[in-house]
Design a protein around this ligand. Structure first.
Ligand code: NDP
Ligand code: HEM
Length: 517
């Protein structure tokens, strides 16, 4: 650094530049050398220290939801729901719990644009008095799959081709057209309402899954969580998203950061839908099927409280990148339901956290519970706590741990049956809710059905013909008019592409685009 510039930034109170071990350094921008212009010396610890740190800066990005942004805030209870749950953070109107939110895209890498058509993640971490509670949802009330064995392959079909490392529209629709339980999510994703939200402040968040509430009498209920944006919902059309991509691909991140920075704090109101176990037995849909909503007229919403985000991260890496959200981080009063996708998620997230962040990821400040932790687990790499000091590390009769407080959720569901590995059958029932979405949600708003058809056609036209044909049949099961309209527009788009720009070629298992000549 020039001596002049150095004088400007180094006032009397400026911190002294040091190595990682605190040793003050005279000139941080020069290596120790032999004479003027000679070779460097290995004994220059500062230089080695600098490189050791730099060479290890990157940790693995999240395997999904890699691109995201977040902020801190508070959840405040506004309505009494203690008859449904004994969750301590909900036990009093007016009670406030500090929290963190992270919003994300699903399939892109860390550098992918915020304008990409993709579901948005909606992950929340509550620092409750009795531990950490995470609600890891999306901006869509349902999802593509209902058997967890499909998740990794579904994600592969949306990511990059193993050979060309290009996004592959054929793989994308090949998977979806073979697995039509995805149709409801596809409908929401390709509408203007779900796939291209206007940043993160104007979208709703859903648990999507059914969870369980348990009250202090050990009675249980099934519930779905809805965080509705108090800013209202706002989306971009395909064209607006494409334009924004050219102008500012970081639009979502910037919009959230700047709104909080200027004191325009975004907030969401939490509602829950509640179902008794008896009603669950009689419900017209499987209440644990992640591809189905609970229609509002059948299962009304109950207000719970409001979350407000009012503090930007101080440091993006430590506050957002190192945050570890998991559906398995639960507290007494809430529990997993028999939804098999939710059950697998409770394994997958902490497993990936140990890979991404290390065995003691819970000790990283952003993940640390704000209550004491006592158990018999100890040690491990990068343990930075007091390691529970001299407390016994086994169930000692001489110095017992505090009593086990949490009453188990016993005598709830009873499951009997034989072990089976059957593929889920697709029936007409699977198309009822996509049809309601097409007719009642998109049909209600002028231009939305047209935009949906256009959005699908632009994307599907870049898949090979056999896959396109299969997907038309799937949309035809939603509504004959929808199937016909998608087919017409998609084939027109494909024709246009062949004449003027990119044509699709399918060489064996390679689905690539090459310019027409
Ligand atoms: P409802 O009419 O009671 O609910 C429709 C839902 O769609 C409401 O949450 C509504 O939000 C939302 N919606 C409508 N227009 C828009 C829009 N422009 N932007 C964002 N969201 C919008 O019907 P049902 O409960 O019977 O559901 C019908 C279909 O609606 C479902 O098949 C599903 O695809 C979709 N849907 C249902 C939800 C649910 O939990 N039941 C949640 C979200 C979507 P608002 O209340 O603000 O109008
Ligand atoms: C992130 C797995 C379904 C919402 C992740 C991560 C994994 C994963 C491994 C990366 C976590 C990390 O590195 O911290 C799975 C599996 C699923 C599944 C195996 C199904 C079998 C879902 C569903 C939703 C969802 C249905 C929403 C309802 C999210 C969100 C994140 C995420 C929001 C980002 C969390 C964050 O901000 O750090 N998922 N997922 N996932 N998933 Fe899932």
């Amino acid at each position: 650094m020039l001596e002049e510039a150095k004088k400007l930034v180094q006032g009397e109170s400026a911190p002294v530049y040091t190595t990682s071990t605190g040793c003050p350094i005279y000139n941080s921008l020069a290596s120790a050398r032999i004479g003027k212009g000679g070779p460097i010396l290995l004994q220059d610890f500062h230089l080695i220290d600098l490189y050791q740190k730099f060479d290890r800066e990157r940790i693995p990005e999240r395997v999904v939801h890699a691109k995201g942004s977040g902020a801190f805030g508070t959840f405040e209870v506004t309505k009494d729901i203690t008859k449904f749950t004994k969750l301590k953070m909900f036990n009093k109107v007016g009670k406030k719990t500090p929290m963190l939110a992270r919003f994300s895209q699903v399939s892109g890498e860390q550098g992918s644009p915020d304008t990409f058509r993709d579901p948005r993640g909606f992950a929340l971490k509550f620092y409750a008095e009795d531990g950490i509670f995470d609600m890891v949802g999306n901006n869509t009330p349902i999802f593509f799959i209902r058997d967890p064995a499909k998740f990794p392959v579904f994600i592969h079909s949306q990511k990059r081709d193993p050979q060309s490392a290009l996004r592959d529209n054929t793989a994308y629709w090949d998977y979806l057209s073979q697995n039509p339980e995805s149709t409801h999510q596809v409908m929401i994703l390709f509408s203007d309402l779900g796939g291209t939200p206007y940043g993160y402040r104007f979208m709703n968040g859903f648990s999507s899954h059914t969870y369980k509430f348990v009250n202090d009498k050990n009675e249980f209920y099934y519930c779905k969580w809805h965080f509705l944006s108090n800013q209202g919902t706002k989306s971009m059309t395909n064209e607006e998203a494409a334009e924004m991509f050219g102008i500012n691909p970081e639009f979502g991140r910037q919009d959230l950061f700047e709104a909080i920075d200027r004191g325009d704090y975004p907030s969401w109101t939490l509602y829950v839908q509640i179902m008794t176990p008896e009603d669950a037995e009689k419900f017209k849909y499987n209440p644990f099927d992640l591809t189905k909503v609970w229609p509002h007229k059948d299962v009304p919403m109950h207000e719970v409280g409001r979350m407000t985000l009012d503090k930007n991260p101080e440091n993006f890496f430590t506050d957002i990148e190192e945050a570890a959200f998991s559906p398995s981080h639960m507290l007494p009063g809430v529990d997993v339901s028999p939804d098999p996708v939710l059950q697998v998620r409770t394994f997958s997230y902490p497993d990936t956290h140990r890979h991404r962040l290390g065995a003691n990821f819970e000790q990283i400040p952003v993940n640390k519970p704000r209550c004491p932790v006592f158990n018999y687990s100890r040690d491990g790499p990068m343990n930075v706590t007091d390691n529970q000091g001299s407390m016994p590390n086994y169930p000692s009769s001489l110095q017992p741990l505090a009593k086990e407080y949490h009453e188990p959720n016993e005598n709830h569901e009873k499951w009997v049956g034989e072990v089976t590995y059957h593929m889920d059958e697709i029936t007409d029932v699977d198309f009822e809710q996509p049809r309601a979405f097409w007719e009642r949600v998109l049909g209600k708003q002028p231009g939305q059905q047209d935009n949906f058809v256009k959005n699908v056609a632009g994307h599907l036209s870049k898949a090979v013909p056999v896959v396109r044909q299969r997907q038309y049949k799937v949309f035809g099961r939603v509504h004959p008019e929808l199937g016909a309209r998608i087919e017409k527009s998609t084939e027109e788009e494909a024709q246009k592409a062949t004449k003027t720009g990119n044509k699709v070629v399918n060489q064996g298992n390679k689905h690539m685009f090459e310019p027409a000549n």
